[in-house]
Write a protein that binds this ligand. Structure first.
Ligand SMILES: Cc1ncc(COP(=O)(O)O)c(C=O)c1O
Length: 391
C-alpha cells in the first residue's frame, strides 16, 4: 500500500487522536522502512519499547513458537509461562510478587489500586505525584499525570491525588498528611522532558516513606527494562520502591505490562480483588521471557552503558558547537537535549533526513535508541543530527 492510501483510510476510519505522516512497514534491528522503501535509523525504539531492536530473531521465534502452541488461557487456569516470567522479573529486581497487565497505564492503574487497598484499613488514600509526570491516559493515571494538555476536557478528575514539584523534598514533606498513602514517581521522567531524580532526593523520599508509613511507587514503564544500563532504574539509584510498574520494553513490542510489589505486601490484593482478561497470557509472557533471555545472553546492559557513554561524549561536543542547546540530560540510553525553543521542526527535519527522534514537551529532543545500538549507528545518527543543528 502507498502512504497516500493508508492516510486516506486512516482519515476515514480512525479517530484522529494521532496525526502521523510516515507509514512504516518493516523493521530490523535499529532500522525501519516506510512504504516507499526509505530507510530510517530509529532512535525512538517505538518510545522505549523495541529496546532489543525491531524483530529480534529470538523474540520473534519465541512468539511464533508459542502462537502455534497456546495463545491465551483465562487466568482461571494456570499457564506454564506466566509464573516463569514472574520468577525472572522477581529475581532481576527486589524479589517481589507480580501481577500482569497489558500496558503501562493498566500496570499503573493496578499499582494505584494496590496502594489504595493497602491504605484502606489505615484511613489513608491520597497519592502524591510529581510535576511533569506522565503515568498514562486512563482516568486514574491521568489524575496522576501533570500535563494540562492531556487533562483538558476530562473533568472531573479522579480525587485523591495531589502534586508537588519534582526533586523538592521540602515541598513533599509539607504535602504529606495522615491521609497520604503513597508517593508515585518516575525515577527518570520521560514524557515530561527526561528529568532524572536527584540521588539525594530519592534517598530522602525513601526515608520519608519509611518514617511516615507511606508506600513508595516507582513507574518504570519508560525508564525500566535496561534503559539506564541496569535492569531497572531504581537499581541505578540503589533506592528500592515498595511497588514498581513496567511495560513498554518488557515484550519488546508485544503488549505486556506488570506491577511488582514487595513480598511483604503480596497479600494486600487478595483473590478476586483485581483481574485482567488478557494479563499474562502464554503468548505475551513468552515474548517477555525471550526478552530477558536476550538481555542476559547478549549482555545488553553492558552495551547500553558503553553506548550510552559513547553517545554522551558525542553530544557533549555537539553542545559546545550549538548555542541553542541549553542542557543535556543523560542516563544510559535515555537522553534529553533541552533547546532554547520548540523542537518540532528539528524532529521533522531529522525524519526527512532518515533519523527518527522524539520530542518530550515543547523544548526537549529525546533520544531513546535501541539498547543494541552500535558505535557505527550512533555515528550515523549523530552525523545527521549535527548537520540539522549546525547548518
Ligand atoms: C512513565 C510512563 N508511564 C506510563 C505510560 C503509559 O503507558 P501505556 O501507553 O502503555 O499505557 C507511559 C507511556 O509513555 C510512560 O512513559
Amino acid at each position: 500500500m502507498k502512504t497516500e492510501q493508508i492516510n486516506e483510510l486512516q482519515e476515514k476510519y480512525l479517530i484522529g487522536t494521532y496525526s502521523p505522516d510516515i507509514a512504516l512497514v518493516k523493521g530490523q534491528g535499529c532500522y525501519v522502512w516506510d512504504t516507499a522503501g526509505k530507510k530510517y535509523l530509529d532512535f525512538t525504539s517505538g518510545i522505549s519499547v523495541c529496546n532489543l531492536g525491531h524483530c529480534h530473531p529470538v523474540v520473534t521465534e519465541a512468539i511464533q513458537r508459542q502462537a502455534a502452541k497456546l495463545v491465551h488461557v483465562s487466568n482461571l487456569y494456570m499457564n506454564e509461562i506466566q509464573p516463569q516470567l514472574a520468577e525472572k522479573i522477581s529475581t532481576k529486581s527486589f524479589g517481589g510478587k507480580l501481577f500482569f497487565a497489558n500496558s503501562g497505564a493498566e500496570a499503573n492503574e493496578g499499582m494505584i489500586k494496590f496502594a489504595r487497598k493497602w491504605g484502606s484499613d489505615k484511613g489513608k488514600h491520597e497519592i502524591v505525584y510529581m510535576n511533569r509526570s506522565f503515568h498514562g491516559r486512563t482516568l486514574a493515571t491521568l489524575a496522576a499525570t501533570d500535563k494540562p494538555k492531556f487533562r483538558e476536557g476530562f473533568n472531573p478528575h479522579m480525587g485523591g491525588f495531589v502534586h508537588v514539584p519534582f526533586n523538592d523534598i521540602r515541598k513533599l514533606e509539607q504535602t504529606i498528611q495522615d491521609r497520604t498513602v503513597a508517593i508515585l514517581l518516575e525515577p527518570i521522567q520521560g514524557e515530561g522532558g527526561v528529568y532524572p531524580a536527584e540521588q539525594g532526593y530519592l534517598d530522602d523520599v525513601r526515608n520519608l516513606c519509611d518514617e511516615k508509613n507511606i508506600l513508595l511507587l516507582f513507574d518504570e514503564v519508560q525508564c525500566g527494562m535496561g534503559r539506564t544500563g541496569h535492569y531497572f532504574a531504581y537499581q541505578y539509584y540503589n533506592v528500592e520502591p515498595d511497588a514498581m510498574s513496567m511495560a513498554k520494553a518488557l515484550g519488546n513490542g508485544f503488549p505486556i505490562g506488570a506491577f511488582e510489589v514487595k513480598e511483604k505486601w503480596a497479600k494486600v490484593l487478595a483473590k478476586g480483588s483485581h483481574a485482567s482478561t488478557f494479563g499474562g497470557t502464554p503468548l505475551a509472557c513468552s515474548a517477555a521471557l525471550a526478552v530477558f533471555d536476550v538481555m542476559e545472553k547478549e549482555d545488553i546492559l553492558f552495551n547500553c552503558q558503553k553506548m550510552g557513554q559513547y553517545l554522551e561524549g558525542k553530544l557533549v561536543s555537539l553542545v559546545k558547537k550549538c548555542s541553542s542547546i541549553k542542557e543535556l540530560r543523560t542516563i544510559g540510553l535515555m537522553i534529553g537535549i533541552e533547546f532554547d525553543g520548540a523542537v518540532d521542526a528539528i524532529v521533522k527535519e531529522a525524519a526527512q533526513s532518515g533519523l527518527l527522534i522524539l520530542s518530550a514537551g515543547e523544548n526537549v529532543v529525546r533520544l531513546l535508541p535501541p539498547l543494541v545500538v552500535t558505535q557505527t549507528e550512533i555515528d550515523q545518527g549523530m552525523n545527521i543530527f549535527e548537520k540539522i543543528l549546525l547548518t
